[in-house]
Design a binder for this molecule. Structure first.
Ligand code: AHR
Length: 831
């Protein structure tokens, strides 16, 4: 029986809770008298990574890009500004810098009284607010003449918004500061640093911060963005990544020790997301580490969130180089982890505790969790994790370790890691999932089958995607948010297993993103929460302390249909196909005529598909390609065809139940280097290996292929011989999902109800074990007018929580949950 959820046998057909009866009520019984698992205060948290200009250009409020001229192109972000009357030049030098750790500086040589110098473009411009104060500081040295520095804030047209002058410039390096108050607001301002009066001046660490930062800390974080985080009431803060922990190569990995201390000494590093992502180049993306590990711990404390630092485990990003540290050279990496624990928790008398105290925080930060590696997989990860765990658990049994389960929740990498991590008694395992909404709706019961005595789950990165995974077209629409809400009910019901979770990524700069969707969008002046943000907030602000078992009864009807078209494909192989027919009983759904290029097919960009001699041919041996036809309403059919391999490494890909949102099944004949036949399924873009058996495909031999589909059942025949007979679960649609929690402090029952159907759901509620209901029940509704609804800068709360009337006078009551909605209901009760 699913934890926290009871359903009479015989009422549930197929997967999950598929309710298709239109207006018939669902009976929802909540066992208020039988509180179950404790809901971890860390269940709903946040994951911050410097992606999409999340830190530099985002949370870290510095407005100057490349302030120390340390980018590989030292003038990146800067340009020389000289009027027609100005004469002179700007050079980048490194002799006698103000700090050898920040070797380069700019020399402005002005040979005329007219101002000339440098202009900085900021991060896609600088956001400047009229009437607010901005603090400029820089290192400066006068080399010749007796010039002044003219500091200007200008708008995108170059009009001056504020100016200040620095005179009496020192002949040796000195930090100088001045404040400016722009008279107008611009999102695309610039900073000019000009030499006035003729002469030569060296400048470095040119920095501009708004005075108004989070908690007014000089050189701090953007207040409006941190406020968005605070409003989420996060239980933990995972940091700093993500792939940036790993780096594309090991020497580009994140190293926490280089991120503390004076900002000018923090070693600049190329950002892992500084690459061309689908024609969105970000060559100017570097990590200044102004938001480093000290600021991170401070932020977690401000937010009341448990810190969860993630450390490199001796592996570079496996989507890039996958570079590995040899096992006998892992010691410095493990030492970094030990030192981080000391930095966070050690007494001020310890070396790293003393560093923390020197930075202004003598009290320990109370670190309890540590992540070993980000999104690692394979045996290489397990042996590195084991080496870390051996040392860390011996020295710091009080620290709970978080290990990786790879990048996907169901694929072969996951299937390899999970049982081994169970065997190794891993404490918390981090699962990641980016998938289409259908995956989330269909996986609400994912954790129902987990053993609560095994490793706990951190669902550490997830987001529903409206398009293909990692596509620039993904949207933060209400459908995606609703799917996440449904999935979150499953996490809460299984609080005995799931102890942490986080949406990802957290931030996206509207003019500088590499990835979407993101939880919070911002530009240089504005910020808004997505529908997904408000879902996270609704769960986090209404978490509760103990899970209450819920029982759902009602007219639960047939699952969504096992449906979809077919496809033919090859994997680095050439092949021919003929005699293709799709039948349902005696009805012919489709018969292919390959005497000419058939109509209605979806031809992929990859591969070379053509038709001749009554055959369909794929003749590009390098490609991985599938051509598809039919659906979406084809159900319970038999697909027959003949196929012949003509060259290459593998066999054929036969696709069926090819439906919407990345959901299909593939019979891979002669896959895995022509060693095996197997069934692979994709649910919302997430791959799963359903079954495999040894087998290969010969070249130049015609094979008879038959696939029979009946509901979830799949039977595959090769030359009349059955190769596979399996059930592939059918995706869930239009479901109804419920979870309930008990909140000790208020004596309230908190219901979270998700109606994924396009019709009102009537709910007959029974609060079992409740003597009476106190006045003050409250409903909070979240829904879009349409599933495509999004928030944006102009309509930041188009999808946002609003009060929803509920009448609950006693232990039984009727509720109505609108179509496509998340309804949170708080009921004060006497037990
Ligand atoms: O959240 C974006 C990226 O997704 C993270 O950096 C990585 O861990 C995952 O692949």
């Amino acid at each position: 029986m699913r934890p926290g959820l009871e359903m009479p046998m015989g009422m549930a057909l197929g997967l999950g809770l598929v309710c298709v009866a239109m207006a018939a009520p669902v009976q929802l019984t909540v066992q208020v008298d039988r509180p179950g698992a404790v809901i971890a205060p860390t269940l709903w948290g946040i994951f911050f990574e410097d992606i999409n200009l999340g830190a530099d250009g985002g949370l870290y409020a510095e407005l100057v890009k490349n302030r120390g001229f340390e980018f590989p192109d030292p003038m990146m972000g800067w340009f020389m500004l000289r009027t027609s009357h100005g004469r002179g030049e700007v050079r980048i030098l490194s002799e006698a810098p103000f700090d050898p750790a920040n070797a380069r500086y700019a020399r402005i040589e002005s040979r005329a009284p007219t101002p000339m110098g440098l202009s900085n473009e900021g991060f896609r411009g600088m956001g400047l607010r009229g009437g607010e104060d901005y603090d400029l500081s820089l290192q400066v040295r006068r080399v010749s003449g007796n010039p002044r520095l003219l500091i200007e804030l200008v708008d995108e047209l170059g009009q001056t918004l504020a100016e200040a002058r620095l005179a009496d410039l020192p002949s040796d390096w000195q930090r100088r500061a001045v404040s400016l108050r722009p008279r107008d607001t611009t999102a695309r301002g610039r900073l000019n640093v000009l030499v006035e009066g003729g002469g030569t001046v060296d400048v470095d660490m040119v920095s501009l911060f708004p005075r108004r930062t989070w908690k007014g800390r000089p050189g701090g974080l953007r207040a409006d963005l941190v406020q968005m985080l605070a409003d989420l009431k996060p239980g933990f803060l995972r940091f700093p990544g993500g792939c940036i922990v790993e780096g594309s190569e090991l020497d580009k990995r994140y190293q926490w020790k280089t991120t503390i201390g004076p900002v000018e000494q923090r070693r600049l590093l190329i950002n892992r997301w500084n690459y061309e992502f689908k024609h969105r180049p970000t060559p100017d993306y570097y990590q200044s580490f102004g938001l480093g590990f000290f600021e991170y711990f401070q932020l977690a404390k401000d937010l009341g969130a448990e810190p969860l630092p993630i450390l490199n485990c001796g592996m570079a990003c496996q989507f890039n180089s996958g570079e590995l540290v040899p096992m006998d050279q892992l010691e410095p990496y493990i030492q970094d982890a030990l030192d981080l624990i000391e930095f966070a928790n050690g007494p001020v008398t310890s070396p790293w505790g003393a560093r923390r105290a020197a930075l202004g925080h003598p009290e320990p930060f109370g670190l309890k969790y540590l992540g070993i590696g980000n999104e690692q997989w394979g045996p290489q990860y397990l042996e590195r994790y084991a080496a870390f765990a051996r040392v860390l658990k011996a020295r710091h049994p009080e620290i709970t370790l978080v290990s990786s389960a790879g990048p996907s929740p169901d694929d072969e990498r996951f299937d390899f890691l999970w049982p081994r991590l169970v065997e190794m008694k891993a404490e918390i395992v981090d699962q990641h999932c980016y998938a289409n909404p259908i995956w989330f709706f269909s996986s609400v019961d994912r954790f129902d089958r987990y053993d609560p005595s095994g490793p706990k789950v951190f669902f550490g990165e997830y987001a529903a995607q409206s398009d293909r995974i990692v596509s620039v077209h993904n949207r933060n629409n209400w459908e995606c948010a609703l799917a996440e809400a449904a999935f979150m009910t499953g996490m809460e019901r299984n609080a005995a297993v799931v102890v942490m979770s986080a949406y990802a990524p957290l931030f996206g700069h509207a003019d500088g993103w590499q990835w979407r969707p993101n939880l919070i969008w911002f530009d240089n002046l504005r910020v808004f929460g997505t529908p997904n943000y408000y879902v996270q907030q609704a769960f986090a602000q209404n978490r509760g302390d103990r899970v209450l078992p819920v029982r759902l009864e009602g007219p639960i009807a047939a699952p969504a249909l096992a449906r979809g078209g077919i496809g033919l494909g090859t994997y680095r192989t050439t092949a021919e196909f003929k005699d293709l027919i799709v039948r349902r009983g005696h009805e012919v759904l489709y018969r292919a005529d390959f005497s000419k290029r058939p109509e209605g097919w979806r031809w992929p960009a990859e591969g070379r598909w053509d038709v001749s001699d009554g055959l369909l041919r794929q003749t590009d041996v390098r490609s991985i390609t599938t051509a598809a036809v039919g659906g979406p309403d084809w159900t319970d059919y038999t697909l027959e065809l003949k196929a012949r391999k003509t060259g290459g490494a593998e066999g054929f890909l036969i696709v069926f139940r090819d439906a919407w949102q990345g959901t299909r099944i593939q019979w891979n004949l002669g896959g895995w280097g022509n060693t095996r036949h197997g069934i692979q399924s994709w649910l919302g873009g997430q791959e799963k290996l359903v079954t495999q058996t040894p087998g290969s495909i010969e070249t130049d031999r015609w094979y008879d292929i038959r696939v029979e589909l009946r509901g979830p059942r799949v039977d595959c025949y090769l030359d009349g011989q059955q190769i596979h007979s399996v059930e592939v679960p059918v995706p869930v649609q239009d479901g109804f999902y419920a979870t309930a929690a008990w909140e000790e402090a208020t004596g309230q029952v908190i219901l979270k109800l998700v109606n994924a159907a396009p019709f009102d759901r009537l709910v007959a509620l029974q609060l079992a074990g409740v003597r009476s209901v106190r006045p003050g029940s409250r409903g909070i509704l979240l829904r879009g007018e349409t599933l495509a609804d999004e928030n944006d800068f102009e309509h930041p709360t188009r999808v946002a929580p609003r009060d929803w009337p509920v009448q609950i006078a006693g232990p039984t009551a009727d509720l109505s949950v609108p179509p496509h909605a998340l309804l949170v209901v708080r009921v004060p009760v006497e037990r």
